[in-house]
Design a protein around this ligand. Structure first.
Ligand SMILES: NC(=O)c1ccc[n+]([C@@H]2O[C@H](COP(=O)([O-])OP(=O)(O)OC[C@H]3O[C@@H](n4cnc5c(N)ncnc54)[C@H](O)[C@@H]3O)[C@@H](O)[C@H]2O)c1
Length: 243
């Protein structure tokens, strides 16, 4: 028996990186998984690899109409949605003085507005499921500051507060909402960044995390094993924020 046998979970940004690891782990533990991403080829390939309990649907998380469509198609295929991992995210690097308004807004749109639209889109379906768990992927950038990524940090702090507010609003419907705060994790987002490598080398567990290590945490939060946790922050950062 799998740990999330009865669950139907949408994973945004699920075509690669951490999102792909979340989709794989959830599927292995018995969930029906919808991979939603702007990366069409990678998303379709992963869904094909995972088999009949996985489905790829194109989704730009900033598009409210597309969210409505994704939830409708997902529900038609797998029944009411009981899990959502708001994982899609982007980063833009520039010091504040050189950061354009357009680049700032773009990061806020994907990382922050995308999470809002996702929570809004799934809540009715989760109510029909009778149970729900929403996992919003923030960052250690939602707990502290990092120079040169102002929009990213602003969006990730917002996600942390939005998760607490949604936890309060949705508890009556048996829907839990938590935020996850990864430190440096070895994905394409950070692979080429010397800064990330040097951050990881100075922390108590002196290496980047793996997507699979984060997938273990997300699996726990989607499963009923975390039934008493809502509005909470779950950190997996090799101890970086203890310093
Ligand atoms: N890698 C890290 O060190 C790290 C640390 C802390 C938090 N995070 C967060 O984890 C999440 C996943 O990051 P990752 O490292 O796997 O990055 P990644 O770049 O490998 O994956 C991000 C995914 O999001 C998708 N995406 C981007 N914009 C989208 C949009 N508008 N609509 C739908 N999908 C979109 C991309 O296509 C991609 O599949 C992000 O929210 C990121 O901010 C990453």
């Amino acid at each position: 028996m799998g740990r999330v046998d009865s669950k139907h979970v949408i994973v945004t940004g699920g075509a690669r990186g951490m999102g792909a690891a979340f989709a794989r782990r959830l599927a292995t533990e018995g969930a029906r998984v919808v991979i939603a991403d702007v990366l069409l080829e990678e998303g379709a390939a992963l869904a094909a690899e995972l088999g009949e309990n996985a489905l790829f649907l194109p989704l730009d998380v900033t598009d409210e109409g597309a969210w409505t469509e994704v939830v409708a198609v997902a529900e038609e295929r797998f029944g009411p949605v009981s899990g959502l991992v708001n994982n899609a995210g982007i980063v833009h690097v520039d010091p504040i003085e050189e950061l354009s308004e357009a680049d700032y807004r773009k990061v806020i749109d994907v990382n922050q507005v995308g999470v809002f639209l996702g929570m809004k889109a799934v809540v009715a379906s989760m109510r029909r499921a009778g149970v729900g768990s929403i996992v919003n992927i923030s960052s250690t950038g939602g707990l502290i500051g990092y120079s040169n990524i102002l929009g990213y940090v602003a969006s990730k702090w917002a996600v942390r507060g939005m998760s607490k507010t949604a936890a309060q609003e949705f508890a009556v419907d048996n829907i839990r909402v938590n935020s996850v705060h990864p430190g440096i994790v070895a994905t394409e987002m950070v692979a080429t960044s010397e800064r990330s490598q040097s951050i990881a080398s100075t922390q108590p567990i002196a290496r980047p995390g793996t997507p699979e290590e984060l997938a273990n945490l997300v699996l726990f939060l989607i499963s009923d094993e975390s039934s008493y946790s809502t509005g909470s922050e779950f950190i997996a950062d090799g101890g970086f924020t203890t310093q």
